[in-house]
Design a protein around this ligand. Structure first.
Ligand code: SF4
Length: 172
């Protein structure tokens, strides 16, 4: 089904360009608003309140991301999967535009697979960093995640092998 990006809105905090800490390489990061997980020690507590942030059309975000010369995009937050239906449409358009997508979530890979809308969004992305942040499991020099319980998952391989396959970041 074809969607009109101008007709769909999402609630975001910001789009940040040139990040090197939200996935491999340099990338553009969409920070969505709202998160229900309330992890102790969260660095993005402003996203817990639904009234924060602003509503924008998918077209506005899409144009912003596609203007960038970076081919990597990250959806972070907040909890991206709380707006799974809308972000699925954006993710499809971004992928068609030739970019790869990392996505962060407080939900686990298994939890996302159990919900149809969340699974749809998951399946169009390339890499998932999953699980709640646990301040008791932080370590110095963790790359692309905040605590050791979180997993950096190769989504396509995991779906193919029907088990979690970690993303190989040996050369990243
Ligand atoms: S999932 Fe992320 S944004 Fe949500 S409360 Fe936990 S650390 Fe904060």
């Amino acid at each position: 089904m074809k969607y009109n990006l101008e007709d769909i809105k999402i609630r975001i905090m910001d789009v940040v360009h040139s990040s090197s800490v939200d996935g491999t390489g340099f990338r553009d990061v969409l920070f969505v608003n709202y998160c229900p997980h309330r992890c102790d020690g969260c660095h993005n507590m402003q996203t817990w309140d639904k009234s924060n942030g602003r509503d924008v059309t998918l077209k506005e975000v899409y144009d912003d991301l596609m203007e960038s010369s970076f081919t990597n995009v990250t959806f972070s937050g907040g909890e991206p999967f709380e707006q799974a239906k809308e972000l699925y449409v954006l993710a499809c358009a971004v992928k068609e535009g030739g970019k790869s997508i990392w996505i962060y979530s407080g939900y686990t890979f298994e939890q996302l697979l159990a919900d149809e809308d969340k699974k749809n969004l998951l399946c169009v992305c390339d890499v998932l960093v999953d699980g709640k942040f646990d301040k008791n499991l932080t370590q110095l020099n963790l790359k692309f995640k905040g605590s050791t319980n979180q997993r950096i998952i190769d989504i396509a391989k995991s779906l193919e092998e029907n088990k979690v396959v970690l993303f190989d970041d040996t050369f990243c």
